[in-house]
Ligand binder design. Structure first.
Ligand SMILES: O=C(O)CCC(=O)CC(=O)O
Length: 539
């Protein structure tokens, strides 16, 4: 039966997500997840058609679209909140489509809760997003300047130039949406993306999967989609011409058709057999015991919407709100004249297709971009990692077979080098550390290794202080010692650890009391130059 009531929107208890439900109560559930900086309205153009067949639950990321500002710091945490939301509604099994970070949440669920997912669409998504440095850098910019730089630069990352030029109202909608996102939640989501990397786990995704990507997406483009398809067994690829990152907005009809086709034809009614005795292990090591597969429960009626959003409650399901909710902004709706929702067509004439619309193409034969030649390790060695030289074999002595090796107990003090390198890259940034490690020639290599092992592996790794405090201590010590090169690097690290420029200045002011104003003044000059450079919006 078609749900004729006002689209249900949620109250949002802690550790769940704000959501809205459209579609018949007794239909199979399709969960739809947004990209970073957007709200559930990014899917408005798909809903009329999807909600004809599925009960569509759309959710907002924390602090987005007026959802409570409870930052989630990892993709798994977002997935856990979604599962808690669905559990609260009695939803066991569902299809899932997510855009970008929304796709990452879906892929993570496919790895940790495979029995919950019937089908998966990864839209403009990736197994890893850019570089960790890039997303941490966004955190630095937002902490210092607020959301404005991200808001102003969003349209050029999200839309093709032709579309942005033809659709100023939608550009304005995008800018406003990012601008009204809670900064702490946005930064937390950037941290989540920085740490997200499931490249080694793709082969374990056993849910029927479609990777869908805009041909002109420069954030997570066709290359990333091909990596997903090459890694996920049986996955299909669809490349949408004339679309950039927010393909569901820019090419609504094509994306809707692809999703309808995928979820109509690749829906796994029964879950795959439970995994072998070892529980499903997450990339981060947590595990979920193989669960029984309860029949899909009824969808309970959620609590009435308490309107946590600054936007008015969405319109009724039967006559879905034109995209986006026109009351969200005083200005005319960003999509201008609403296109009839039953047959949403592209708003701007798309540029001439550069690639055919790959409808559910069979898995690309191409290897993953980063796959190695046969016989080589599939992952390139971590930059800076040390390969242990193998001792040359002793000339054989047939009369004296080698003594059987003593079983060796694992050392209670494992070599902290690898841990140190990980923390050093995390704190100072992968790129600068890799550059420095690569520069360390035979002469400097020993020192570089000692510093990594000792300072980072044995001191920065200790639990007694958090990273912010350690960053402040490092600044004070380097300033008082006059180590200005290292102070510059650690000013970057302090910003990445979450200190604001004002806090860094406070640290240096107080340092001056104990080490003398000339030393502090030199430090202020160096730190100031770094801060100006690091906090300048980069688009
Ligand atoms: O869209 C996402 O969820 C992550 C990718 C991204 O950061 C998009 C953007 O550049 O704003």
């Amino acid at each position: 039966m078609r749900d004729e009531r006002v689209g249900q929107v949620s109250e949002t208890p802690k550790n769940t997500l704000q959501y809205r439900v459209d579609g018949p109560e007794d239909a199979p559930v399709l969960v739809v997840g947004p990209s970073l900086g957007t709200t559930w309205h990014m899917w408005d153009r798909q809903i009329p058609e999807l909600a004809g067949t599925w009960r569509v639950l759309r959710f907002d990321l924390p602090g987005h679209g007026g959802a409570p500002a409870q930052p989630a710091h990892s993709v798994a945490e977002l997935g856990d909140r979604l599962i808690a939301t669905l559990d609260g509604l009695g939803i066991q099994r569902f299809g899932y489509a997510g855009c970008s970070i929304g796709g990452a949440i879906g892929a993570d669920l496919a790895l940790r809760h495979p029995h919950r997912l019937a089908s998966l669409a990864l839209v403009a998504s990736s197994a890893r997003f850019g570089t960790a440095d890039e997303y941490r850098q966004r955190g630095v910019v937002v902490r210092t300047n607020g959301m404005d730089p991200m808001a102003r630069s969003a349209p050029e990352r999200w839309f093709t130039a032709a579309y942005a030029a033809a659709q100023p109202a939608i550009v304005e909608w995008a800018v406003q949406m990012v601008r009204t996102t809670d900064p702490a939640c946005y930064i937390a989501a950037c941290e989540a993306l920085a740490a997200f990397d499931i490249r080694a786990d793709l082969g374990r995704i056993a849910v029927p999967t479609l990777a869908l990507v805009g041909a002109e997406d420069r954030v997570t483009g066709p290359g990333e989609a091909r990596t997903l398809v090459a890694g996920i067994p049986g996955a299909g690829l669809a490349v949408v011409p004339g679309a950039s990152h927010l393909a569901p907005v820019e090419q609504p009809a094509a994306v809707t058709d692809l999703l309808v086709h995928h979820f109509s034809t690749a829906w796994q009614e029964t879950p795959p057999p439970p995994p072998a005795p070892s529980a499903t292990t997450t990339p981060s090591g947590s595990s979920e015991p193989p669960a029984p597969f309860p029949a899909p429960g009824p969808v309970a009626t959620p609590a009435p919407f308490a309107n946590p959003s600054p936007f008015p409650a969405p319109g009724p399901v039967a006559t879905p709100t034109p995209f986006p909710n026109p009351a969200a902004f005083p200005a005319p709706g960003p999509f201008g004249t609403p296109t009839p929702l039953a047959s949403p067509g592209p708003i701007a004439p798309p540029p001439a297709p550069t690639e055919p619309l790959g409808l559910l193409a069979p898995p690309t034969p191409e290897p993953p971009a980063e796959s190695a030649a046969p016989g080589e390790p599939s992952e390139p060695a971590e930059p800076g990692s040390r390969a242990e030289p193998t001792a040359p074999a002793e000339p054989g002595n047939p009369a004296e077979p080698p003594a059987p090796a003593e079983p060796t107990a694992p050392s209670p003090h494992p070599d902290p080098y690898e841990l140190g390198l990980r923390i050093r890259r995390d704190v100072l940034g992968g790129a600068p550390v890799d550059a420095e490690t690569a520069r360390a020639d035979a002469f400097g290599a020993g020192f570089d290794e000692l510093a990594t092992r000792h300072a980072w592996g044995q001191v920065w790794s200790r639990d007694g202080l958090d990273r912010r405090t350690r960053a402040a201590v490092a600044l004070a010590a380097l300033a008082s010692g006059g180590h200005l090169d290292d102070l510059a690097a650690h000013t970057r690290a302090a910003l990445r650890a979450g200190l604001t420029p004002a806090e860094i200045e406070e640290v240096l002011i107080q340092t001056g009391v104990y080490c003398g104003l000339p030393a502090a003044s030199a430090a202020v000059r160096v730190a100031g130059a770094v801060i100006r450079e690091e906090t300048a919006p980069r688009g």
